[in-house]
Design a protein around this ligand. Sequence first.
Ligand code: IVH
Length: 684
Amino acid sequence: MDKSSAAKRIEELTQLLHHYNHMYYVEARQEVSDEEFDRLMKELESLEAGYPDLRRPDSPSQRVGGDITEEFETVRHARPMLSLTNTYSRGELEDWDRRVRKGVGDSFTYVCELKYDGVAISLTYEDGVLRRAVTRGDGVQGDDVTANVKTINSIPLRLKGEGYPENFEIRGEVLMYREPFQKFNQQRLERGEQPFANPRNATAGTLKLQKSSLVAQRPLECFLYSLAGNNLSAQSHYQNLINANAWGFKIPKDIRRCKSLEQVWQFIREYQEGRERLPFDIDGVVVKVDRLSQQEALGYTAKSPRWAIAYKYPAQQGITRLKTISYQVGRTGAVTPVANLEPVQLAGTVVKRASLHNEDIIKQLDVRPGDSVVVEKGGDIIPKIVAVNSHLRDIESPPVQFVQKCPQCHAPLRRNPGEAAHYCPNHNHCPPQIKGKIEHFISRKAMDILSLGEGKVELLYDQNRIRNAADLYDLKEEDLLGLEKTYTDPLKGTSRTVSFKKKTVQNILKGLEQSKTAGFDRVLFALGIRYVGQTVARKLAEHFGSMDQLMEASFQQLTQVNEIGERIAHSVKDFFAHPENKKLVERLKNHGLKMEMETKPQEENKNILKGKRFIASGKLENYSREEIKKEVEKYGGSYVSAVSARLDFFIAGENVGPKKLEKVKEMNVTILNEKEFLEMINEP
Ligand code: IVH
């Protein structure tokens, strides 16, 4: 495609992708399939790779993030980012209302909004394109985090519609919804990393990451709450937000114009009760005078506007007593300490337990059984202990000794250097680990045997019918029919009966039979090897082609696979070093599960780039970025997404900057031009 057609197509794709993105992330409507969206994005990426100078700052391809930002540039705010006067009482709110009336008379409207508990951000748009995103910093100057912010899908990179000022600033709050935050934190725990205390800390930490491609993987959201500029189209704050919404910004639905303080109070009360039902954290309500001219008349103190006030909700805290600490064992063997509390009423629910995460957190808090503790309901559904009243403690009370042995199977626990979690290493014989592993094996993304869900694995385990995933395939109708057990949950006071009737049993056997058609990558994922998630399983399966090849692979061969690091390689080697795991795989194979990829791996002579890592930069004569990637992979090599010391070859196209080449040279990476690359694969 010539350059001018490419430019035209890039523009078309940009508009389409921005539109689909907006519908999905702001309007919550999906207009195209994920596949179609990915296809269009790939087309755009490959055009941009072919014509790097046609890549625009507002390109939808920027959402995936990029390489290291060495340091954030400090940027001075055009207008200082002020804070808000806080109040916790109705009396003070009434005082403020009187001051407003004194300033502008009785004819005005308030706007009530939620006070989002996130990180403030200022976005600058020029000619409808996002140019800059800066953190609040000290209010006068902040960090330029544009590359990171561009990965947030609900922030428009290019505005839609018309009527937006040529140059304006919009401010808002970046945050994480509670549920994705919990999932993200859980993953951190599983990887042995420290969890974040709440969504706000996770957001702040994420915005300061130096690699925007990592930011792109974290679930950030952004709500906009204030427009600034000399040429705004509307005369009121509320109308400005409505306009901003029409230009593509995500404006919260929980916003209301109020005629009187009574209505404001009503809003505050509604959300005080309803805040738990919101999918994100708030810490209060912000009340603003609506008309911009009246805002101006009221003006500012040194720190905050006189036309706005924050009514803060009392923190959802309570004081109670820590009775005991118990320890839970998860599927991977991670041992989590849990605080058992004297029941306490917190924001409408009775709290009996709190997570203590790991040994370090227990040490930091120095919390001990019998202590009076402050519990808080924050971002996590499970409340946490935030402080200990150690002065009330019995002087004899000893510090907590973290359990040394698995509470379930009594194996001595281990803690890997540099990791926060303790593990029970008895992976194949510890009951919760066995059950957890089998439950993972049958789960939807693994072998998808849902007819075995809902407590059936637990029952089969308890009745001694299964001890590992291969045992499932030995089950016969007569082993199953009539099994029944009632389980009670002492904490919830509920009970449930699991029973195996004829139809259930038939469904289970059918499900097991059907699972034998699942591809090798799913079988590999289903084994539940630590750190081998769906994507890693697919990569390994594609690279090695079969279970036998994978089991024979050396540590080095494993780390040579694109995106497989040492941690994963160790875990894979450890897994297959266990005779029991080998036997499990052997039995699964004999039962007819797929142990090979369907499509044959590359022929021998086509594997000349095997184990080598490549990246290309600059404009290439014969290939687009997507094509060179395919070419490298066709010959068994891996194409990586960023320059690092682990790279083997750097293919330099036209116009690669001298600085970049210098950096690559320093890392001892071999630099090739396009011709040399072609010679390497024998295709001059
Ligand atoms: S308006 C001049 N509206 O609260 C102040 N701020 O204490 C303009 N915040 O740094 C801020 N939700 O990060 C405004 N609906 C909302 C808000 C909000 C949260 C934060 C913001 C600011 C802090 C001020």
